[in-house]
Write a protein that binds this ligand. Sequence first.
Ligand SMILES: Nc1ncnc2c1ncn2[C@@H]1O[C@H](COP(=O)(O)OP(=O)(O)OP(=O)(O)O)[C@@H](O)[C@H]1O
Ligand SMILES: [Mg+2]
Length: 272
Amino acid sequence: MNAMTDVVATTSDAREGASVEAASITKRFAMAGGGEVVALSGVDLALAPGSFVAVVGPSGCGKSTLLRLIAGLETPDAGAIRIDSEPPSVAAAQHRIGVAFQDHALLPWLSVRQNVALPFRLAGVPVDEARVASLVAMVGLAEFAGARPSQLSGGMRQRVSIARSLALSPRLLLLDEPFGALDLVTRRALNLEMQRVWESLRTTTLLITHSVDEAVQLADRVIVMASRPGRLHASFDVVLERPRTRATTQGDAFVALTRRVAGALDDAMAQP
Ligand SMILES: Nc1ncnc2c1ncn2[C@@H]1O[C@H](COP(=O)(O)OP(=O)(O)OP(=O)(O)O)[C@@H](O)[C@H]1O
Ligand SMILES: [Mg+2]
């Protein structure tokens, strides 16, 4: 997984990170048996251009919903979201948003290479084969470029999804537990790779993860959410030097901060 330099090199068109503003977001869903669930209530979130923010929180607290709202895949019942001062639908239509979701949603009849190239086809622009190849190599799948998703492990599929999210050099990267199904070793390698890519491109990134360690290692700011209704519970600035290596994650400052974040997460989970 050392093809990062190639990825950056073929990204001379790299766009600056987007700004994101979400103000007083409320989102409700109707429940099958009647009634409704308040997935998000009064959520305020601002991402500075080029920042990396991680979100942790109990299952069902609205993390994916928040991401889908920012991606323009859902609309809020109240409040407003702006990406570079425009509605998410505008940013999405201009291919300024890259997404990698929990369910990787690869097209089963396409190869790895074709899945990574899909955003080019959907955008109606010529496929940059060199960039596709370097993205596939970056996630360690060069040997599997011609394989179909059914021939890959779950973790490999997720890696394809991450590569695909970067295809069009997005200004905003929305990642919903992209490393969830990966083994620890691969996950660590990808975390380091992700960091390097982000440090080079400064794509504004919002990462949802269940790993407090991962959140603290990668992000400038870690947000802890609580549920019922889904809301922001706490926020921590991460002022650790970059790049954050294995040594960083073993240092006192890192360990102290992950403890505080984990404590806030325990608090959030203890709330009704
Ligand atoms: N399309 C939908 N229709 C109905 N309810 C939904 C829908 N999407 C989400 N919800 C509800 O909204 C709440 C928040 O769901 P969401 O998927 O955002 O949680 P999450 O924090 O991502 O959880 P997890 O960590 O398990 O992925 C849940 O109660 C869920 O049942
Ligand atoms: Mg989710």
